[in-house]
Design a protein around this ligand. Structure first.
Ligand SMILES: Nc1ncnc2c1ncn2[C@@H]1O[C@H](COP(=O)(O)OP(=O)(O)OP(=O)(O)O)[C@@H](O)[C@H]1O
Length: 254
């Protein structure tokens, strides 16, 4: 049988809190194939970030089985990169030095990393900004730096927790188009958390729709929109249909 790159079976997560156990996830099972773009959507507190943290090896599942590339997975790995809503860039380091940081920590070849940094700045549209400092950049540009840094050590899986959630609508849309361009070029496997249903439909191959806490998978939506995608795709009636289907699954239509 063909195995997915990431296989979750019956994943449960129970947090211990001051007021007793809190069940965040219950019986979550899925397969993610290499090169897929998956989004997680669901109401606030349904466990999206928890699931992403378990995939990243930052949180431990309470029960169930998680396999990545054929190996049981429960700790951070070099082939997984994570990006969050607000990027922690070091203000005293230039953009280039920020992007180089993972390579420095991992002790990668300096010359190769220097070349790669310039390629990555080019890839995320920040050519010419390498010697600037984070404070000189807009929020959208800082997330571009974070994206370049995420790609610096060439992880196989990108876990992104609302990476553009703090950006204005226009910048978010531009970043989504850029992200798709980069994803198509690099063939990474992406798991992307968002509150924005339209964003999930625009980006994804499949969308995992979660129930309110305790989070389960309500269903998986296959997005049959053509690629490569531009914002034109939002005029496709199938785009609107997917958005409404997911709204219905989430019970947000009144
Ligand atoms: N470290 C923790 N300790 C205790 N409870 C936690 C912890 N992290 C998350 N929770 C709880 O687990 C549940 C799921 O949280 P999580 O952040 O995964 O949800 P989410 O779907 O990402 O939410 P949001 O969309 O609001 O970011 C919530 O009730 C939250 O309060």
């Amino acid at each position: 049988m063909l195995m997915g790159l990431i296989e979750g079976t019956g994943l449960d997560k129970v947090y211990s809190t001051a007021t007793g156990p809190l069940v965040a996830l219950t019986n979550v099972s899925f397969t993610i194939n290499e090169g897929e773009f998956i989004s997680l959507v669901g109401p606030s507190g349904c466990g999206k970030s928890t699931l992403l943290s378990i995939l990243g090896g930052l949180e431990q599942k309470t029960d169930g089985d998680l396999v990545l590339a054929g190996q049981h997975h429960d700790a951070p790995r070099r082939d997984i990169g994570m990006m969050f809503q607000t990027s922690v860039l070091f203000p005293w380091r230039t953009i280039r030095q920020n992007v180089r940081l993972p390579g420095e920590i991992l002790g990668l070849d300096r010359k190769q990393q220097a070349e790669r940094t310039d390629e990555l700045l080019d890839l995320v549209g920040l050519n010419g900004f390498g010697d600037r400092y984070p404070s000189e950049l807009s929020g959208g540009m800082r997330q571009r730096v974070a994206l370049a840094r995420l790609l610096a050590h060439d992880p196989r899986v990108l876990l992104m927790d609302e990476p553009f959630g703090a950006l204005d609508e226009f910048t978010r849309e531009t970043m989504n188009v850029e992200l798709l361009r980069i994803w198509e070029k690099t063939g990474k496997t992406v798991v992307f958390v968002t509150h924005n249903i339209g964003e999930a439909v625009f980006l994804s191959d499949r969308i995992f729709v979660m129930t309110p806490r305790p989070g389960r998978l309500e269903g998986i939506v296959e997005v049959d929109l053509p690629r490569p995608r531009t914002t034109e795709v939002m005029r496709d009636p199938r785009y609107t249909e997917h958005v409404y289907d997911i709204r219905r699954m989430l019970g947000v239509d009144h």
